[in-house]
Design a protein around this ligand. Structure first.
Ligand code: ATP
Length: 273
């Protein structure tokens, strides 16, 4: 059973924003999470990477309380997540799946409703709609949105209320270049505000520039943990910002930036490129 435990301490003795210890989960007799540990420091950007089927989504769901682990302990902002803990609702952001949309609503109706539910102002919803590149689509019905815009709306809905902890699952999938730049800028801003981010992806790519720490999952186990830089083969390449549009502009002027593909090795697997 997952239990409340307060929060695990980070290496420097602070309470972790998100922590898990000894997480196990099985489906139909098959173990998909095997003794998983994870500690995310407050304000850190934690990459969770691994191949398809490694258990990234399953672990995220346990961390934000959508699924109960069969063994182990989880702490989210010092509380045991799950069980419809209303105290956590407005403090946490989760990138929704397609089925979580008010699909007959317009883009603006959707985001403004989510903002109201989570205690964010309508002014913030309005400003964030534009920041995420959705202003021109504000009157579109959600169900008619192109796939990239739909994902941007899911991300905007997860971030509009300035959550203390944000959970993302393949946030860059289906986004075009401009949408990726908008998202990187928004994530950089959230990071600057002290949001803790747990971001699952098969490959981090541009997101690697934001990561403080990376956990690598393979077949339900954490097989490596460390600073993002420790997974990059070429240590001359910087993992620090510039980010988003600024970085793209720099690259278009011919400068090498952190947005360039980052070859990385874990055994013989490329994990960041
Ligand atoms: N509800 C479920 N019932 C049965 N098996 C499941 C269920 N959910 C996940 N699994 C299995 O658990 C394993 C981990 O799945 P998960 O979706 O967490 O992997 P992932 O690393 O997120 O993969 P991807 O990158 O493809 O999204 C997979 O083998 C998957 O088939």
């Amino acid at each position: 059973m997952t239990a409340a435990l307060g929060a695990f301490a980070t290496r420097d003795g602070h309470a972790a924003a998100v922590s898990a210890r000894g997480i196990k989960q099985s489906f139909r007799g098959r173990e998909i999470l095997r003794d998983v540990d994870l500690v995310a420091e407050p304000g850190s950007f934690h990459g969770l990477i691994g191949p398809s089927g490694a258990g990234k989504t399953a672990l995220l769901k346990v961390l934000y309380g959508a699924r109960r682990a069969q063994a182990g302990e989880v702490s989210l902002l010092g509380r045991a997540p799950g069980g419809r803990d209303r105290a956590l609702l407005a403090r946490v952001g989760v990138q929704a799946t397609a089925s979580s949309f008010f699909s007959h609503a317009t883009v603006w109706e959707h985001l403004s409703t989510v903002a109201a539910l989570l205690g964010a102002s309508q002014a913030r919803a309005h400003q964030f709609l534009d920041q995420m590149g959705l202003g021109r689509l504000r009157d579109w019905r959600v169900e008619l949105l192109p796939v990239g815009a739909r994902r941007m709306l899911a991300l905007a809905s997860a971030m509009v209320h300035h959550p203390e902890v944000l959970f993302l699952d393949e946030p860059m999938a289906d986004l075009d270049r401009s949408e990726r730049a908008d998202l990187l800028d928004a994530l950089d801003e959230a990071r600057g505000e002290g949001t803790t981010v747990i971001c699952a992806a098969r490959l981090l790519g541009e997101l690697g520039t934001l990561c403080d720490c990376v956990s690598v999952l393979d077949d339900g186990r954490v097989v490596a943990v460390g600073p993002a830089s420790s997974f990059v083969a070429d240590s001359n390449r910087s993992l620090t910002p510039p980010l988003g549009r600024a970085a793209m502009a720099a690259r278009s002027r011919g400068r090498v930036t952190a947005l360039d593909p980052m070859p990385a090795v874990l055994g013989n697997k490329e994990v960041l490129a």
